[in-house]
Design a protein around this ligand. Structure first.
Ligand SMILES: [Zn+2]
Ligand SMILES: [Zn+2]
Length: 393
């Protein structure tokens, strides 16, 4: 086993605060690779301290050991003594820290490698504790394969049983906010519609940039559906968007929501947290599409809107496949290379399987995938539609 004979406890009397490694023998141990200079580590640290304290209070057989990648002893001391309640490998013990990084193939931080007491401690059963802690909190404990499978099974069941009512209502509220305020729209009135859950906030710059586009596409989809219904009386397809706010206060929510033509969950509603967890929303803006039966159709609504605008509706796999084929067909007539105003290098046409992949468009700042124009020299990448709008050859 590569751990040293003793570890530091977080005490200002550092030298005295030591613990024997043998004290960890019967415990589930999380080797925590982290550093103070990296913001994602600091964010994760708060979350980890929180679940550590909960687990300790409930008497769980758990310990964390900090393996520092701090640059110097001052940075280490500051980070460790001010924010960690668990033991650490002594900062000066470079050998052990290096050996642990090598042994567990640590490629990025933060990283939490979980060792089970009945492992021989030379093999970790689990290497992605960070993701688990973020996703499940204390429920992830004891971090075993069985527990993980159980949680995934629960997730699957929750998704299979999901419908608009259990997603959007609670014991105290069965309506959404509409316009003009304080109009209330029953959640039940959305049943049978395609519904987009729009996770967003006014403080988020990409959200503010995305919203005019989403509003215009929302109106276009509504228009297409209205025309369809005009032509064909038995069409009752409909589309709605529900704003799921992560604004910091009621006033920002009110002002932001007043710019939107659709519905919203009330500010600070308890369902919001659950929705973020349920759909594993990692960043905003994000648009989750629910089908007429309330099941998830796509969690990539934002990307689909960027790629296909109103044509993306109803966002189903079949629809997207058709659109992808169309896009491939259209790409055949695109020039292999172009110049884009504002960029001095030549841009080359690339696709998913051919030098491309998901990207952020340097022209409109939105996501893209499938076809793109890419500068091989500096990585400048734009949507074909954005480059064709201003193409100069
Ligand atoms: Zn673009
Ligand atoms: Zn370039």
């Amino acid at each position: 086993m590569v751990l040293p004979l003793s570890l530091w406890w977080p005490t200002t009397a550092k030298q005295k605060g030591q613990v024997k490694i043998s004290a960890l023998d019967e415990k589930i141990v999380g080797l925590y690779f982290s550093a103070n200079w990296y913001p994602p580590c600091r964010n994760f640290n708060q979350v980890l301290v929180n679940i550590y304290e909960q687990l300790k209070q409930s008497g769980a057989n758990f310990e964390i050991v900090y393996v520092s990648s701090d640059e110097d002893i001052e940075a280490f001391s500051d980070y460790y003594h001010n924010s960690m309640p668990w033991p650490a490998i002594p900062f000066a013990d470079l050998e052990t820290k290096k050996a642990l990084n090598r042994k567990f193939d640590i490629e990025g931080i933060p990283c939490l490698v979980i060792l089970q007491p009945n492992d021989n401690k030379d093999e970790a059963t689990l290497c992605d504790g960070v993701e688990l802690v973020y996703r499940y909190g204390v429920r992830a404990f004891p971090f075993t394969k069985e527990r993980l499978e159980e949680l995934q099974r629960e997730d699957r069941e929750r998704h299979e049983n999901q419908n608009l009512t259990n997603l959007l209502t609670n014991h105290h509220r069965d309506y959404l906010l509409g316009h003009p305020r304080p109009k209330q729209v029953p959640v039940a009135s959305l049943v049978g519609k395609t519904v987009g859950l729009y996770f967003s906030a006014q403080w988020c710059i990409p959200c503010v940039k995305f919203i005019p586009k989403l509003i215009s596409i929302y109106h276009n989809i509504k228009q297409v559906l209205a025309d369809k219904q005009g032509n064909n009386n038995n069409g009752h397809e409909d589309f709605e968007i529900v704003f799921v706010s992560s604004d910091h206060d009621q006033a920002s929510f009110d002002s932001y929501f007043s710019s939107m033509p659709w519905l919203a969950l009330p500010f600070g509603d308890p369902n919001i947290k659950n929705l973020v967890k349920h759909f594993d929303v990692k960043g905003i803006p994000s648009l989750v599409i629910l089908g007429p039966d309330g099941k998830t159709v796509s969690i990539n609504g934002r990307n689909l809107i960027n790629l296909y605008q109103e044509n993306a509706y109803p966002f189903t796999e079949a629809r997207i496949n058709t659109l992808e084929k169309q896009l491939d067909e259209e790409a055949k007539s695109l020039p292999r290379s172009v110049y884009h105003s504002g960029h001095r290098h030549e841009l080359n046409l690339v696709s998913d399987g051919n030098g491309g992949g998901p990207f952020i468009c340097c022209d409109c700042d939105e996501q893209g995938s499938a076809w793109a124009y890419l500068c091989l020299e500096c990585g400048y990448e734009v949507h074909p539609k954005c480059v064709m709008a201003t193409v100069g050859r």
